[in-house]
Design a protein. Structure first.
Lengths: 118, 264
């Protein structure tokens, strides 16, 4: 009888670890910062400078929803800034709300075909 | 009536890397409406309760503050500081001397204090305003022209058309004064139907202004003119040795004599 009345109490914790490599920089090629996003352009600029010095530029904008874009400098070497920004804004505008920060990978591949006289 | 008489001090500061949430809590604790943002001893901005309301609490101060805040000196006149705030549509000015932030002055504080020397009828400042400006220029031996303007036959208008019409004439004449003066001029309703203008313009311009102000003009279908007494360092010997009160007396006596000669 006494054994049946015994109470058992235990507390256990189960741990689960998922380990993966931290990408440097974590923001890939672009960050598009909404006007009411939890992180603003200055903080993003400081973060980028700390993680990947001299590799990113912040471009502040006059836009209804987007406050600024952080962009990898090397992209500007491949394409004209105006052209690039116009494409980014056109595409981001459809997805973003003013409280979001979007991360984007942007790869530019150039294909060249030349003909020479034989 | 200098900025230093109305500024709030000490100034509380925060660094630009703190969060908006932290600043909000700090402002509540200190019961202040703004904090000066300083990095490494340099003033980089100002963050106000309005900035906090429009920013996400996770943002850092650098992303919510107003950078490069507009400042004033402690010895600037309160009305000039108020004008600066109105021009820039801001609520606060930093009070800075030799790159040191001494305090903050708010539009509300200046408004409340300056409304005490504002004439409710005409919206012009009253005598204490011009007194302070005149004394300031005298103390600093800075050239100025003093115009004492006395409306002619104003008592008669009050008697013939009633005091409300008299008030309308004063309002209209004040508007005329505003229109004829510029940013180099200081205008006040000195008393009753008397106005004083201090101008930093040259004598010729001051004479032209005096002439325009004394011209016959029609206000509310009534012909009005004024007698204008002018005092400056050329016309009044020992100009800078006299008190402002003495200069007012000289200019007002001159306007009275002009009035008498025009009446005769």
């Amino acid at each position: 009888m006494q054994d049946k009345e015994k109470m058992y109490y235990s507390r256990k914790a189960t741990l689960s670890l998922k380990i993966s490599e931290f990408e440097v920089p974590p923001m890939q090629d672009l960050l598009i910062i909404g006007k009411k996003a939890p992180i603003g352009p200055e903080a993003v600029k400081r973060m980028a400078q700390a993680l990947s010095p001299e590799q990113f530029t912040i471009v502040k904008l006059e836009h209804a929803k987007i406050e600024a874009v952080l962009i990898r400098n090397s992209l500007f070497q491949m394409l004209d800034e105006k052209v690039l920004m116009q494409i980014i804004l056109e595409e981001a505008d459809r997805l973003i709300s003013d409280n979001m920060v979007l991360r984007s990978e942007l790869k530019i591949s150039v294909s060249v075909q030349r003909e020479v006289e034989l | 009536m200098k900025v230093k008489d109305f500024m709030a001090s000490p100034v509380y500061t925060v660094s630009s890397e703190r969060s908006v949430q932290y600043v909000s809590d700090l402002m509540n604790e200190l019961k202040v409406g703004s904090l000066v943002v300083m990095d490494y001893g340099m003033t980089v901005g100002i963050i106000t309760s309005r900035d906090i309301r429009s920013s996400h609490p996770n943002r850092i101060v650098a992303d919510a503050m107003t950078p490069i805040p507009i400042s004033t000196s402690p010895d600037q006149f309160a009305w000039d500081a108020l004008e600066t705030m109105e021009q820039h549509r801001i609520e606060r000015l930093l009070v800075v001397q030799e790159e040191q932030v001494l305090g903050i002055v708010t539009r509300e504080a200046l408004h409340i204090k300056l409304s005490q020397i504002l004439d409710p009828l005409t919206g012009l400042y009253r005598a204490p305003y011009i007194q302070q400006i005149g004394e300031h220029f005298l103390n600093h031996r800075q050239y100025f022209e003093l115009l004492f303007i006395d409306l002619n036959n104003f008592g008669k208008i009050n008697k013939e058309y009633g005091h409300p019409m008299g008030d309308d004439i004063l309002i209209e004449y004040s508007n005329r004064l505003r229109a004829l003066t510029n940013e180099r001029d200081y205008v006040c309703r000195y008393a009753g139907d008397e106005f004083v203008v201090i101008t930093r313009s040259m004598e010729n311009d001051a004479m032209r202004l005096a002439d325009s102000l004394s011209q016959l003009t029609v206000l509310h279908n009534i012909n009005m003119s004024a007698s204008v007494g002018l005092a400056n360092s050329r016309l009044v010997p020992d100009f800078f040795a006299l008190s402002f009160r003495d200069l007012i007396s000289k200019a007002s006596l001159l306007s009275t004599s002009l009035k008498q000669s025009s009446a005769s």
